[in-house]
Design a protein around this ligand. Structure first.
Ligand SMILES: NC(=O)c1ccc[n+]([C@@H]2O[C@H](COP(=O)([O-])OP(=O)(O)OC[C@H]3O[C@@H](n4cnc5c(N)ncnc54)[C@H](O)[C@@H]3O)[C@@H](O)[C@H]2O)c1
Ligand SMILES: CC(C)[C@H](C(=O)O)[C@@H](O)C(=O)O
Ligand SMILES: [Mg+2]
Length: 359
């Protein structure tokens, strides 16, 4: 019998619990079909944790994640907590969990399902063949630099500092080169080296590391140009490696190539097999509680967990095949439906996918 894998489930806020419920059904179905065994335990996290415990990342949730083999996360945040001080913001909990768990590498694949080409705002011929991965540095940069307010000559000033050290850049660069090696051996390193000192160190370091990967073709591209080229020639990109904030922005942009941010899964990894898996999207307060959110990003995050943390490649492929089959059959949630009147809800989409999972 397969050993039992412990999964910490932290649903969070807004549509988080809705999409996580569908992902949990997928876990259960995989147990039935493939004989894998999962032990799930839920933890409070985000806004709901602030309300119930006074902190976005309670110590027992962190402990739960540390004891688990993997973490499945929904989303956090919402208008209710938007004016809270920094320590009492759901997003601070999210940054805290990434840092505490050492998850410096965030992998965000943007793969286009052929049948969804008409769901994107871009022309189908521009999207043809697009299959890229954004490798985002996740525990450094301006997100984690010193932040403060001060009195300046013209009144109050706010300061965010962006810091990167060589070790942080080296480890994410190596991960990206390794991933590129398993794909078409092309890596685009995105920076703003014409302006930022951190980007100049980034570029120098990536070039130095590239000597160990002579089989991978390395391109440097400035972030503003990259944002433009992603819309102009998305299929020319394979693996993109970039710093924390650029990766945040470019991955939301890449999501729109696929038709919706409701399609984009992600894996956050450190040095070992442990990982945190979450959709790229947020808590979507504008549609929360209506049962209309797209659960596919979270379901595909489970497939990433199977592949990258557990090595359950058969189950990962079965989930991806099931998603494709359901989409090919024409089923759509509102975000990817061309004819919105025919859109189905979150649980209906989850049920269809679960029923389509087979060996
Ligand atoms: N990882 C996370 O937990 C995470 C990520 C991004 C944003 N957030 C937080 O979420 C809150 C809302 O942020 P936002 O509105 O900028 O981004 P968002 O991703 O929540 O929503 C952006 C838009 O995409 C739509 N959308 C997102 N996910 C969808 C899905 N699965 N199905 C259908 N439509 C979907 C939303 O309805 C909205 O119109 C903020 O508090 C933000 O800080 C959290
Ligand atoms: C909610 C926010 C802190 C987070 C980020 O910026 O990393 C989100 O946008 C993401 O992409 O996971
Ligand atoms: Mg983001």
């Amino acid at each position: 019998m397969a050993d039992v894998k412990k999964i910490a489930v932290i649903a969070g806020d807004g549509i988080g619990p809705e999409v996580i419920a569908e992902a949990e059904k997928v876990l259960k179905k995989t147990e039935e079909i493939f004989g894998y065994r999962f032990e799930t335990e839920h933890g409070l996290f985000g806004g709901i944790a602030i309300d119930e415990t006074g902190t976005p990342l309670p110590q027992n949730t962190l402990e739960l994640c540390k004891k688990a083999d993997a973490v499945l996360l929904g989303a956090v945040g919402g208008p209710k907590w938007d004016n809270n001080p920094k320590e009492l913001r759901p997003e601070t909990g999210l940054l805290g969990i990434r840092k505490e768990l050492g998850l410096f590498s965030n992998i965000r694949p943007a793969v286009i399902f052929d049948c969804l080409k008409d769901a994107s705002t871009l022309k189908p011929e521009v999207l043809e063949g697009t299959d890229l991965i954004v490798v985002r540095e996740l525990t450094g940069g301006i997100y984690f630099g010193e932040k403060f307010r001060r009195e300046g000559a013209h009144g109050e000033e706010a300061v965010d500092t962006c810091v990167y050290n060589v070790q942080e850049i080296e480890r994410i660069a190596r991960q990206a080169f390794e991933i590129a090696r398993t794909r078409s051996k092309r890596l685009a390193s995105v920076d703003k080296a014409n302006v930022l000192e951190t980007s100049r160190l980034w570029r120098e370091t990536v070039i130095r590391i590239s000597a160990d990967y002579p089989d991978v073709e390395l391109e440097h591209i400035l972030v503003d140009n990259c944002a433009m080229q992603l819309l102009r020639r998305p299929s020319s990109f394979d693996v993109i490696v970039t710093e924390n904030m650029f990766g945040d922005i470019l991955s939301d942009e890449a999501a729109m190539l696929t038709g919706s941010i409701g399609m984009l899964s992600s894996a956050s990894l450190g040095e070992g097999a442990f990982g945190l898996y979450e959709p790229v999207h947020g808590s979507a307060p504008d549609i929360a509680g209506q049962g209309i959110s797209n659960p596919i990003a979270t379901v595909l995050s489970v497939a990433l967990m199977f592949r990258l943390t557990f090595g359950y490649h058969d189950a990962a492929e079965a989930i991806e095949r099931a998603v494709k089959e359901v989409l090919d059959a024409g089923h759509r949630t509102g975000d990817i439906a061309v004819d919105k009147s025919k859109a189905i809800g979150t649980t209906a989409m989850g049920d269809l996918i679960v029923n389509a999972i087979r060996k």
